[in-house]
Design a protein around this ligand. Structure first.
Ligand code: F6R
Length: 606
């Protein structure tokens, strides 16, 4: 959702800015650009599309300068053209921005009235002119930015540089994450620790509403009220190693294949293997005192939460409410005392999830978060963190983060159930044994990957695909549909199998593939009945199940055999075939699997 970077260096910064942007490209890839202070003047290079276009532009037209800012864009206001690419600038000020300025329309009108000329359709350019406007009244850069910040409504992380000020960079944060990096005689700014990892691991995260004036020797941070504040310096654990695809064609493929290992790491973090029980030593929560659980997240992480609703209600006998964060944040839901609110997020920066977290905190809930990035804002604002140990996820479509979220949520379920005495020791042992077998089962399934190429060929011819599941498999059906549509651009919907007859069955004909996620659990027979209804209307079915094709009792276009396992762990196992189906279909279609159109990995705007 736009990545920003800034460097006050001791050598020319253009290459390092591009290197940092490469590590931020997951946040957006509609366009990229950098600006530097070169012999006192502001200069920039921008290019539409992926970062390689900017790198090519820079090799044709290099840019000097020891200080600069850079940006990789996920378009919000204005098309992804070069004119709308950041940095935005005039002769005096250059700005990179992540977020949305909600009142940009009225500010723009006011500035045009005052004689400013705009060159782009973006909300960001308003900031350039607003700061310039205050500088024109005689204010120094810092005061001008302070005055401009007071006029901005919305969410932003900003990096700002000025002509004739080679040793000054201003950073501001409201709603969007931003870290200052401390180097040796150099200073950095970045949307996350990963971007800055090649340069420094010493970071200061700006607090909500903070802004900072950064020079090579001194950083002054101010809060929203304008008071000088100190923010702690922390050591980041982000790796400076280049994140590469190894022998895989795509990051998504690599990440699907990493699942046995990373699920294993995540489970090991929560399971006391010697005593066959979950163990949350550092949580500090009184799980027995909880009366109700609220879950919220977005997209794939929401589907992980939906699986957990089934687990927590069934095993811990606790009522669970769940909603997508973009809805929940505005619902004004009443939340009871003794409630635990759990937020699930790979990035830990998703704007809607963060806003819902803050709502729940204001309602007196205890806040736990399941995050993959431990230094993220969601992690920092939680009472307890349950990390997933998935490692960096680069492919925009979430795969290993999802199954690691399921692993952490499975352990949370068992911890709640034990604290509330709703599970016997034997049953906990049995489920833990089943969980520890999951990595082996997934590794087995990954060995039959060639089978997916044929099925993907069939799916790639479809215009629409239905995914069906019942009970705890319903979220998997929705996750399968989301994966397919986001990377292959084929329209797909996930339905509760029992809902089919209430409308969607009208869509069924011989051209509509129906993917059925149906392990042989207590609801299997019911799903079989729904499959008969599809078969009777000529629907072409792909069954993902540990049951044999014969047990389906109706004609199948394809069958994907999964290993047999305890029903509790089936969502983790069923996740892999739906990922592989989407992946191989996208490969057949020739889409950009890791960076599908219109998407970004980290959604820091609402
Ligand atoms: C889909 C996908 C998205 C994310 C969603 C939440 O494959 O990756 O739906 O799950 O944007 O992101 P996080 O988990 O970072 O909060």
């Amino acid at each position: 959702m736009c990545g920003i970077v800034g460097i006050l260096g001791s050598k020319p910064v253009a290459n390092d800015l591009v290197e940092a942007l490469r590590r931020l490209e997951y946040r957006g890839y509609d366009s990229a650009g950098i600006a530097t202070v070169q012999a006192g003047q502001l200069a920039r290079r921008r290019a539409e599309g992926k970062l390689t276009n900017l790198a090519n532009r820079l090799s044709d037209e290099p840019l000097g300068g020891l200080s600069g800012i850079g940006h990789t864009r996920w378009a919000t206001h204005g098309k992804p053209t070069e004119d709308n690419a950041h940095p935005h600038m005039n002769d005096h000020v250059s700005v990179v921005h992540n977020g949305i300025i909600e009142n940009f329309g009225e500010l723009r009108d006011e500035l045009i009235e005052a004689g400013h000329t705009f060159q782009s359709e973006t909300d960001t350019e308003t900031i350039v002119h607003l700061v310039t406007h205050y500088m024109n009244t005689g204010l120094q850069p810092e005061e001008a930015v302070k005055a401009a910040l007071g006029r901005l409504k919305g969410a932003f992380a900003l990096g700002i540089i000025f002509a004739n000020h080679d040793d000054l960079m201003i950073a501001a944060r409201q709603g969007s994450p931003l870290a200052i990096g401390h180097g040796d005689g150099e200073m950095y700014l970045g949307s996350d620790a990963i971007a800055l990892a090649p340069f420094t691991t010493a970071l200061t995260y700006l607090g909500e509403g903070d802004w900072a004036a950064i020079t090579r020797n001194e950083t002054r941070i101010y809060n929203r009220e304008g008071e000088r504040v100190e923010r702690p310096k922390v050591t980041s654990v982000a790796s400076a190693l280049t994140i590469d695809k190894g022998n895989h064609r795509h990051f998504m493929h690599k990440e699907i294949h990493e699942q046995p290992e990373v699920i294993s790491h995540t489970l090991t973090n929560y399971i006391d293997m010697a005593n066959h029980q979950v163990d949350f030593p550092e949580l500090g929560l009184d799980l027995a005192a909880i009366d109700r659980v609220t879950l919220s997240a977005c997209g794939t992480a929401y589907y992980a939460g939906l699986v957990a609703k089934y687990w927590i209600e069934r095993y811990a006998r606790l009522p669970v409410q769940i909603d997508v964060a973009s809805e929940m944040r505005y619902r004004e839901a009443p939340l009871p005392a003794n409630g635990l609110a759990v937020f699930i997020s790979q990035s830990g920066e998703t704007a809607d999830t963060l806003a819902t977290l803050r709502y729940c905190r204001d309602q007196g809930q205890t806040i736990a978060s399941i995050v993959n990035v431990r230094t993220s804002t969601i992690a920092r604002e939680s009472d307890a963190i349950l990390p997933t140990l998935a490692g960096p996820e680069i492919g925009v479509a979430s795969t290993k983060a999802f199954t690691c979220q399921l692993a952490a949520l499975a352990c949370l379920t068992l911890a709640l159930a034990r604290a509330r005495n709703t599970i016997s020791k034997e049953e906990e042992r049995e489920i833990i044994a089943a969980l520890t077998e999951v990595p082996r089962h997934i590794a087995t399934m990954l060995r039959s990957e060639p089978h997916y190429t044929d099925i993907a060929y069939e799916l790639s011819k479809a215009k629409d695909v239905l995914y069906l599941g019942r009970g705890i498999n319903f979220p998997l059906a929705m996750e399968g549909a989301l994966k397919l549509k986001e990377i292959s651009y084929i329209h797909a919907e996930g339905y509760a199998a029992g809902e089919l007859k209430h409308g969607p069955i009208a869509l069924i004909d011989e051209k509509m593939p129906v993917v059925v996620v149906a392990p042989k659990d207590a609801l299997f027979e019911k799903t079989i009945s729904n499959m008969q209804e599809v078969a009777a209307r000529g629907g072409q079915m792909i069954l993902i199940s540990d049951a044999s094709p014969d047990e389906a009792g109706c004609p199948l276009m394809q069958h994907i055999q999964t290993p047999q396992a305890h029903p509790f762990v089936m969502p983790l196992i069923q996740a892999v075939p739906v990922q592989l189906l989407a992946y191989h279909t996208a490969v057949q279609m020739g889409t950009d699997v890791d960076q599908p159109r219109n998407l970004a990995k980290s959604v820091t705007v609402e």
